[in-house]
Unconditional design. Structure first.
Length: 352
């Protein structure tokens, strides 16, 4: 910016604003009048992370917890309203105010059992709740999916400590997703990832110390021992991370199997009093949802709000300076790129 004084001529002020300093300079027409720098403490902790990063992480965790709780409450209502479960059964299965659970079968076992045997309403609700609650990872763009990320020979993209840690976590998640997705390629007899995890965890060694499935096929010792130790991730390990697409396929196969076995709670139509979902936002896309029990369950499984909605984004776009009633064009839109190359073409000068 510039300012004109009576005797000193025009001034030009320059600012270089950083996270720990502000550099400034005052220029006259033919000389540097003055310059300097003002330093201050950066808004970072001892590890170099911004102070607001912890607050932002806590806020994201709160929002995630709120959305998860809301989804599960909606799912429980879909169990209760058509008479699938009573309030007492809901308290016994899904709340902390329940009696001792020694008699309740593991949901992993029920996920395996449901492929070949008809489940009771309580068991079927337990399976659905377990999958919708632990619905795995889903990425809505290739750049977010760590399986599409490339690394150098050392697996690191930066020398910064925080970036190295983030890279290690992404690599661990990538390895975990590839491992669990590859279970069905290695053990196609199990059909679903949940069934594979259950049989690996419950496999027994024969006299030769070899783990085998119920039909006698050999299983990898390391795979069995890992799932016998824990079905879920422990600590900062992502070894047992599941992709949502694999869990969605498993739930679809369970619904198909239960429908063929005569389970009435697969294709029933829910009443209007069940506070149904009619539209669901999945990432940046919106789709309609029918009142069928199956569609409502899958909608709750896939429901994921984007970081910002289209309507919210529109409120952040300013008005064009030339066309007062029009919004500014996105930087990479066709019309703006066309304006850019036309403007560049118009400014070309040929030296003779």
């Amino acid at each position: 910016m510039s300012s004109k004084q009576n005797n000193l001529g025009p001034f030009t002020f320059g600012l270089d604003i950083g996270i720990a300093s502000v550099g400034w300079a005052v220029l006259g027409e033919n000389r540097i009048i003055d310059l300097g720098v003002r330093c201050f403490d950066a808004a970072e902790d001892k590890d170099g992370k911004p102070n607001n990063q912890t607050r932002r992480g806590a806020r994201v965790s709160r929002n995630r917890y709120h959305m998860r709780t809301s989804r599960l409450k909606s799912l429980v209502r879909r169990f209760r309203d058509p008479g699938m479960l009573t309030n007492d059964e809901i308290k016994q299965l899904f709340t902390d105010n329940h009696p001792k659970k020694q008699s309740i079968t593991s949901p992993w076992e029920l996920r395996s059992k449901g492929l070949s045997q008809k489940l009771t309403p309580q068991e079927w609700a337990q399976v659905i709740y377990h999958i919708v609650k632990h619905r795995g990872f889903k990425f809505f763009s290739k750049s977010e999916d760590p399986r599409n990320a490339s690394t150098n020979a050392d697996g690191e993209t930066s020398t910064e400590k925080s970036e190295n840690q983030e890279q290690k976590e992404r690599q661990g998640l990538k390895d975990g997703l590839e491992f669990t997705t590859g279970l069905l390629k290695k053990y196609p007899q199990f059909v679903t990832v949940g069934n594979a995890a259950y049989h690996l965890a419950s496999a027994k060694q024969d006299n030769d110390g070899i783990y085998r499935d119920p039909k006698g096929k050999q299983l990898e010792t390391t795979h069995c021992e890992e799932f016998q130790e824990s079905f879920r991730n422990k600590g900062k390990s992502y070894r047992h991370a599941f992709h949502r697409d694999d869990l969605r396929d498993e739930l679809a196969k369970l619904f198909d199997a239960q429908q063929q076995l005569g389970n009435p709670y697969t294709d029933l139509i829910l009443p209007d009093t069940a506070n149904l979902l009619h539209k669901v936002q999945i990432g940046s896309q919106e789709r309609n949802v029918s009142p069928a029990f199956r569609d409502q369950v899958f909608a709750l499984l896939e429901l994921q709000h984007p970081p910002i909605y289209t309507a919210q984004m529109d409120t952040l776009i300013g008005k064009c300076e030339l066309e007062k009633d029009e919004l500014r064009a996105p930087k990479h839109s066709f019309t703006n790129e066309r304006r850019t190359w036309l403007e560049t073409l118009n400014n070309l000068r040929i030296k003779r």
